[in-house]
Design a binder for this molecule. Structure first.
Ligand SMILES: NC(=O)c1ccc[n+]([C@@H]2O[C@H](COP(=O)([O-])OP(=O)(O)OC[C@H]3O[C@@H](n4cnc5c(N)ncnc54)[C@H](O)[C@@H]3O)[C@@H](O)[C@H]2O)c1
Length: 257
């Protein structure tokens, strides 16, 4: 329940925290007493101003020096990290045969190498303190594949494998790692892609697409960032201490893997 103070006294670092799902998770956790460090390549300071006890940190998660500075700044200002949420990502819409090594490199850099760097920076302290919660965002495209998203899906599948493997290594040290796998959610990431599809398809064809996409969602609507934030907050709370290495699809029933 939002009224409960599940995060009082906890320091929470969120990459991609300036907008979308990362920011919704920040709002949710702040409402439950958490001290937030929002890290983002863009807009972190402005986003943090709207939350109590929050700081913004400019960070490119593909850069190891940035990631170390991000963790150092968060801990120096707010105290040792209890929770790490990796939400930062980019999205590309391209057929596999049109994609090239540079596309793959950029995507793997943000969506797989970035989470790896984040885990390497936050886990030693969590293991030493005997407590930590980590949630990485993946995508249902990683679980079932998706045309035009091959390298995004491949990077996210890597995140799932990374989280499951590391969860086995640090569980006994009081640290849990899980994956939240959203279906289509109305954030700038999705809305920008929809806008470009609309321009490519034209109004009529795009309206048909919207209807057919909705039919894929048994709950009958596209997700909102708050839908995903609620599950992230649960997995980051003490209530989830016996859940680790799991992938939770939060997707209105889009797939049921
Ligand atoms: N929205 C959806 O439909 C959807 C579906 C499945 C999975 N996801 C996943 O959920 C997570 C959040 O997505 P969102 O929809 O909120 O996206 P978003 O684009 O709204 O937010 C992502 C944030 O990541 C930041 N970012 C990008 N590259 C960065 C970098 N190199 N370093 C630091 N920050 C960087 C962006 O500036 C942005 O603020 C992502 O991991 C995404 O892959 C989203």
């Amino acid at each position: 329940m939002a009224g409960e103070q599940r995060f009082t006294g906890r320091t929470v670092l969120i990459t991609g925290g300036a907008r979308g799902i990362g920011y919704a998770a920040a709002q949710r956790i702040a409402a439950e007493g958490g001290r937030l460090a929002l890290a983002d390549i863009d807009g972190a300071t402005a986003a943090a101003k709207a939350l109590p006890d929050a700081i913004g940190i400019a960070c490119d998660i593909t850069r190891e020096d940035d990631v170390h500075k991000m963790v150092e700044q968060a801990e120096r200002t707010l105290g040792p990290l209890s929770v790490f949420i990796n939400s930062a990502a980019v999205l590309d819409d391209k057929l596999f045969l049109e994609s090239g090594p540079a596309d793959w490199q950029r995507m793997l850099g943000v969506c797989l190498h970035g989470p790896m760097l984040g885990l390497r920076a936050v886990l030693p302290g969590m293991v030493e303190r005997g407590h930590g919660r980590v949630v990485c965002l993946a995508s249902d495209s990683a679980r079932i594949g998706q045309a035009r998203l091959s390298y995004y899906a491949a990077a996210k599948a890597g995140v799932i494998a990374l989280v499951k493997s590391v969860a086995q290594e640090v569980g006994r040290r009081g640290v849990t790692l899980n994956v939240v796998s959203p279906g289509a959610t109305n954030t700038p990431l999705r809305l920008n892609r929809e806008q470009s599809l609309r321009e490519q398809m034209g109004e009529e064809k795009y309206a048909r697409r919207v209807k057919s996409v909705l039919k894929l969602y048994p709950v009958g609507r596209i997700g909102e960032p708050e839908d995903i934030a609620a599950s992230i907050a649960f997995l980051c709370s003490d209530e989830a201490s016996w859940i680790t290495g799991q992938v939770l699809s939060v997707n209105g029933g889009f797939v049921m893997p």
